[in-house]
Design a binder for this molecule. Structure first.
Ligand code: FDA
Length: 540
């Protein structure tokens, strides 16, 4: 690198900062100079740096934000956004952030429910992996390398381009990023057959706290274990995953059946609880609960939508349903046979015949809204009275756009040991609940009303769901279950949320963190703490 071009770039970078925002940042000029000085090619790094004065800064920041709660002008914004196009730039960002006291928030798909990939109270850099989206599918070895900035939609599309009989068990919404999704587990409609996305990761490459690039062999089995379900953000920057591709039949069968309270929804949901986790693993039937207009004028009712993917043909599905769940009254006319990739579109809510190319579109599928989510695990069927209490809460004003998603467990999820990966929610669970409340109105008052509704629902659910700990799924990030202190945190403080997400695997995650990032550089409100820091603070 030539000194003249470096100093020229530094000058330009310094000019980019106006006094208006530089005051709130932590030595931003020094940080930018550090990037240019330590980059292999200072011109190329200057092309991937966005400061608040750059007209592209806000559009880039907002592009993948899913939750409007984190788009207001009061939301803390990054000092700098970097969209690396080369791995070496990530190492440089890590080294310079460490030197200049900036935190890093790594963003892949930007779907974090609490915005942790792009919001921080301390001065920070967003490392946006949007340019890391290459996907290489090898049908002979039945494997693929997927860069972390890819979405699951892009992955499904690239697999289907090469094969009609291979698929992958990950999330339902095509715009979810594989960087966050796989590192937190990643469940979808094939979890009863093949487990989580993380269960099917066989190698990974990441940049560690020293800026070194490691693969499975060089990172070792402990760190490789930790990043498959323990949340990537505590351990480094994941560059790419190697995954196992899995068999899907030429034709699968899907159905969606709506049942309102007047159509026996309470009894059907009640029965579903004891049959859905026992179906053969080829069959996934989930339920979405919403409040809808009733057929009776001016009245509202509760609707249970039974939605299903069956990895097989229509006739077998109908006979299975006749045997185990005849009450649903599923008929031939409710079902459609299609290819697995078409089912991906169907389940994501696209109309029949939509082009597969929509899977490559990263703009959000639905109109964006404000939302808050929570999760629960159910081990015993909820009584009919218990269900009716939920319906009652869904009639409250704040629940106009509330959703409860019930996803059956069993099958492969029962076979994988609780400590095989950091994700511990395996045998013993009948189903998982995702609680969601959406709203449109801007501002604190509306947010407060809706968030307090979902908190009341969560309290109501306590007797019916898992206890000691009340388990939660890290990919449905919920800061209500506990947060770290700002800056560093103690093991005790982190245990409050850590055991809910990871049960006893939390202790192994702490050990791995202590080994790979003892100074706790990679941290956020729910990152795994290293134990050494805590000990030092307590003086032992
Ligand atoms: P984002 O970029 O926001 O990152 C999430 C977390 O991972 C952050 O802490 C971030 O720092 C970290 N991270 C991201 N990339 C990293 C990298 N390369 N290296 C290290 N750390 C990294 N879940 C599910 O299991 N099944 C589903 O079907 C769905 N569906 C769904 C739909 C919609 C609309 C939303 C908003 C969310 C979901 N989810 C989901 C939840 C989703 O799995 C969860 O939010 C993931 O963490 C999203 O990963 P992203 O990369 O998109 O998020």
């Amino acid at each position: 690198m030539n000194i003249q071009s470096t100093s020229g770039l530094s000058f330009v970078l310094v000019l980019l900062f106006s006094s208006s925002w530089a005051a709130s940042a932590q030595n931003p000029e020094d940080f930018l100079q550090c990037l240019s000085l330590h980059s292999q090619n200072s011109t190329s790094i200057s092309q991937v740096i966005y400061t608040p004065n750059n007209p592209s800064y806000l559009p880039i920041l907002q592009f993948s934000i899913q939750n409007l709660r984190f788009t207001s002008s009061d939301t803390q914004k990054p000092t700098v956004i970097v969209t690396p196009s080369h791995e070496s730039q990530i190492s440089t960002v890590i080294k310079c952030s460490r030197t200049h006291g900036l935190q890093i928030r790594v963003r892949s798909g930007g779907h974090d429910y609490e915005g942790l990939s792009y919001v921080s109270e301390l001065p920070f850099v967003v490392l946006d992996m949007i340019k890391f989206k290459s996907i290489t599918v090898n049908t002979e070895t039945r494997t693929a390398w997927v860069q972390s900035g890819s979405t699951v939609g892009e992955l499904y599309y690239r697999i289907a381009e090469k094969s009609k009989v291979l698929g992958f068990p990950a999330g339902v919404c095509p715009t979810v990023g594989v960087g966050g999704h796989f590192s937190g587990g990643g469940y979808g409609m094939m979890l009863r057959k093949y487990g989580l996305a993380a269960d099917n990761v066989i190698d990974a490459r990441l940049v560690n706290v020293n800026g070194e690039i490691l693969d499975r062999k060089s990172m070792g089995e402990d760190l490789f274990w930790a990043i498959r379900g323990g949340g990537g953000a505590s351990f480094g920057v994941i560059l790419e995953w190697k995954i196992k591709l899995l068999s899907v039949p030429q034709e699968v069968t899907v159905f969606t059946v709506d049942k309102t309270l007047e159509q026996n929804a309470t009894n059907l949901v009640h029965k579903w609880q004891s049959v859905a986790s026992k179906f053969p693993e080829d069959l996934f039937i989930g339920i979405v609960i919403t409040r809808v207009n009733s057929t009776r004028d001016g009245e509202q009712t509760i609707q249970a939508t039974f939605h299903s993917l069956f990895l097989g043909g229509l006739d077998r599905l109908l006979s299975l349903m006749q045997e185990s769940f005849p009450e649903l009254g599923l008929g031939k006319e409710d079902c459609t046979e299609m290819s697995w990739i078409e089912s991906v579109l169907y389940i994501a809510g696209f109309p029949r015949g939509e082009s597969l190319e929509v899977l490559l579109d990263r703009t959000p599928l639905a109109r964006q809204l404000y939302f808050k989510a929570k999760s629960d695990y159910v081990k015993e069927p909820i009584s009919k009275n218990g269900l009716e209490g939920i319906w009652k809460m869904f009639y409250e004003d704040e629940a106009e756009a509330a959703v409860m998603i019930l996803s059956p467990y069993g099958g492969k999820m029962d076979e994988i040991l609780e400590y095989a990966l950091p994700f511990p929610h395996r045998a013993g669970n009948l189903y998982k609940i995702q609680h969601l409340v959406y709203w449109e109105e801007e501002g604190e008052v509306a947010a407060e009303r809706h968030i307090s509704w979902i908190r009341r629902l969560y309290s109501y659910m306590a007797p019916y769901v898992s206890k000691f700990p009340r388990a939660a799924y890290i990919n449905y990030r919920d800061l209500d279950v506990g947060v770290n202190n700002q800056g560093n945190t103690s093991y005790a403080q982190a245990s409050i949320w850590g055991f809910k997400y990871f049960k006893n695997n939390f202790n192994r995650l702490v050990k791995v963190k202590t080994m790979v990032d003892p100074g706790n550089f990679f941290r956020n409100e729910q990152s795994i703490p290293p134990v050494s820091l805590w000990r030092k603070k307590k003086g032992d």
